[in-house]
Write a protein that binds this ligand. Structure first.
Ligand SMILES: Nc1nc2c(c(CN[C@H]3C=C[C@H](O)[C@@H]3O)cn2[C@@H]2O[C@H](COP(=O)(O)O)[C@@H](O)[C@H]2O)c(=O)[nH]1
Length: 200
């Protein structure tokens, strides 16, 4: 397993900060966020340095916050959007920009790599964290899921159907990630980008 020492350090960091600042329980972070997904997201990112998935693109700061967003989303799911997990702004959370979602989006034809990038990915070249192409892949995947969500909402509105529950980028991410897991063999020909880092 790669990055063993980093994994160990990050786990220790999480435990130490939970004990020092939050009485040893993540539920205290959740309660402090007063039912706001954005407040919880920022509390996590400010309190736990290993969640600061922030990089630069063309001179601008870009925050994907992959692990912080999945943590907020999983908290919402586990609490079934009720009680402490009733986040009014849950729809503001975007997909969790990892390496699996771009692959499945490319497989489904929603995202297309340039020929040059495709060749690079097929060669298995590593992209460093913050590399222009790595940020582009993550950014385009995130935007792609936002567009899919908008299309779905529009379709539902056109049909004047009441959505069967909520449609948001979190649920689309879960759907796509599960789809990727269940169709791993079908996706063998589609490469994914390789980046070693603690952020996703
Ligand atoms: N976008 C998105 N990325 C996700 C997940 C999950 C699984 N999530 C659930 C599981 C238990 C919790 O309840 C989580 O909700 C893992 N990953 C990422 O995939 C990568 C691992 O890939 P592979 O090599 O195939 O195992 C790695 O970067 C990991 O961080 C998701 O749902 N969405």
């Amino acid at each position: 397993m790669p990055l063993m020492e980093d994994r160990h350090r990050v786990l220790n960091e999480a435990g130490r900060i939970l004990l020092e600042k939050f009485g040893g329980s993540f539920l205290n972070c959740v309660r402090k966020s007063e039912k706001s997904a954005q407040k919880l997201l920022h509390l996590i990112v400010e309190s736990f340095p290993s969640y600061r998935d922030v990089t630069e693109f063309e001179g601008k700061s870009v925050s994907f916050y992959k692990r912080a967003q999945i943590l907020v989303a999983d908290t919402w799911s586990v609490l079934e959007g009720q009680g402490d997990g009733c986040f009014a702004d849950i729809a503001s959370i975007t997909m969790f920009a990892d390496y699996r979602l771009p692959q499945v989006l490319a497989h489904l034809g929603a995202l297309k790599y340039s020929d040059e990038l495709l060749k690079k990915l097929c060669r298995g070249e590593m992209l460093s964290y913050g590399d222009k192409q790595e940020v582009e892949i993550r950014g385009c995947s995130l935007w792609c899921v936002e567009l899919i969500r908008d299309c779905l909402l529009e379709l539902i509105e056109k049909k004047s159907e009441k959505p069967n529950g909520e449609i948001n980028s979190i649920l689309l991410d879960y759907y796509l990630w599960d789809y990727a897991r269940d169709h791993r063999d079908d996706m063998k020909g589609i490469p994914f980008h390789r980046t070693r880092c603690i952020y996703y």
